[in-house]
Design a protein around this ligand. Structure first.
Ligand code: ADP
Length: 413
């Protein structure tokens, strides 16, 4: 038995009938000029006990376009042969009118409609049914699949939209943070330089005689100024890396020179804690492709941290050697210090992240930027920093560098 009909609210539309079922419904546009076939399809669809459809019918592409202007549908069923064009043209024109909201489409083809089906699918149809073999079960299954697919696609699109909004919000916040870093560092650095200048004048005795005790105090002030300045420099540098403004200029260079530049300045800190700072390398290591000052920055950060987080009388080992494949050098810095808790390892490269200062008792002196910068530098050298660490036993930080010959081979290939 037919369910009660409901007239659509737009009086001028050439839509013949709207049938509404009692619970949550889907809207279907049925386009065919064959009234008998339209009637058959409606009967099949209405008798589906698992669904609840509102069916709007149109006899031509023109009528279907009109319906599309006022209504949204979850599924379109379109005959391939219509008085004002074929199914492929119908899909094409409906898709343009739908402006990105074209529902899933099923094309009805004649008995020998293989080519028509191919054309329709090429124009965007999701499914096709042969009119001659149409069954109630076949039609209902195809329509329900199309509706489900449409629903999932809409869900996916709305999630995508949400993500895009969240993403652009994050990007805006990130830009604000970068701008904040720039402004604050410039604003702070100018008066800081002035303070440093004036303290230096007093320290050098240019403003009157200074006692040794006063000199010691002034020296602390100067060191603190240096520390603040270098922390702001790190902040600015990281923001330049993160905004892609920092590049490296890779040149063939010697790893031995890098080691010298890193170890010599670190020695006083190691001596102060009676930490033995060892270098283990092999003779005749090949030249590597790197920007030396940047790799010095990375290795110095590793060594500085190793000394900082290792107690007195500990051991820090800087090791350089060829990898098993022989085309790269591995650089590692190992200590037997406090180590890093497992839960923190994945965060130590995050900007401003520091492991609980109660565990790493000496970490107050840093800002948690060194490893973020180091990881960006190592990535620009085509590698990644690896960390092995165990709480209470020590840590090892390492990365690889391409040998200069290998880098030339890669460029040539
Ligand atoms: P910081 O300037 O604070 O040292 P880093 O980015 O270099 O910043 O390091 C981030 C954090 O990672 C440190 O604060 C410390 O908690 C942990 N860390 C880094 N290296 C070591 C290490 N060798 N041993 C133990 N903890 C380390």
């Amino acid at each position: 038995m037919d369910q009660p009909s409901q007239n659509i609210e737009k009086p001028d539309l050439p839509i013949d009938e709207v049938v509404e079922a009692p619970c949550a419904h889907s809207r279907i546009l049925l386009v065919d000029d064959d009234e008998v076939f339209l009637h058959l399809c409606k009967r099949y669809l209405r008798s589906d006990p698992t669904a609840n459809h509102i069916i709007v019918s149109a006899n031509t592409i023109g009528e279907a376009l009109l319906a599309f202007q006022f209504d949204t549908f979850d599924c379109v069923i379109v005959d391939y042969c219509l008085p004002d064009g074929n199914g492929a043209e119908a899909i094409d024109r409906l898709t343009k009118t739908a402006a990105g909201k074209m529902p899933c489409t099923i094309v009805l083809t004649g008995q020998s409609g293989e080519q028509a089906a191919i054309d329709a699918v090429r124009s965007g149809a999701n499914d096709f049914l042969t009119k001659g073999n149409l069954t109630k079960a076949g039609l209902c299954r195809a329509v329900n699949n199309a509706i489900e697919k449409n629903h999932l696609r809409n869900l996916h699109l709305s999630r995508l939209k949400d993500l895009e909004v969240a993403n652009s919000l994050l990007r805006r916040r990130n830009d604000e943070i970068q701008r904040f870093y720039h402004t604050v560092s410039h604003e702070v650095k100018t008066p800081l330089t002035a303070i440093q200048e004036f303290v230096s004048i007093v320290f050098d005795g240019l403003a009157g005689e200074v006692s040794e005790e006063q000199k010691t105090i002034l020296n602390y002030a100067l060191q603190s100024c240096d520390q603040i300045k270098s922390q702001f420099d790190e902040l600015l540098e990281l923001s330049r890396f993160e905004t892609g403004k920092m590049q490296v200029n890779l040149q063939p260079a010697s790893i031995y020179e890098v080691l010298d530049h890193c170890v010599v300045p670190a020695t006083p800190a190691a001596v102060a804690k009676n930490i033995s700072l060892l270098i283990v390398d092999e003779p005749d290591l090949p030249m590597v492709s790197m920007q030396s000052d940047r790799i010095i920055q990375v290795v110095s950060n590793f060594i500085g941290n190793a000394i900082k987080f290792t107690p007195e009388n500990g051991e820090v080992t800087v090791r350089v050697g060829l990898t098993a494949s022989g085309d790269k050098l591995r650089v590692s810095v190992k200590d037997n210090g406090c180590g890093i808790p497992v839960k923190d390892i994945k965060h130590i490269f995050d900007r401003l992240y520091q492991v609980n200062p109660n565990i790493n008792h000496d970490s107050k002196s840093g800002m948690g930027l060194g490893l973020s910068i180091a990881s960006q530098i190592v990535e620009l050298h085509g590698s990644r920093i690896e960390v092995k660490s165990k709480s209470g036993e020590g840590s090892e930080f390492s990365f690889t560098l391409n040998s200069a010959a290998e880098a030339v081979r890669t460029i040539a290939a």
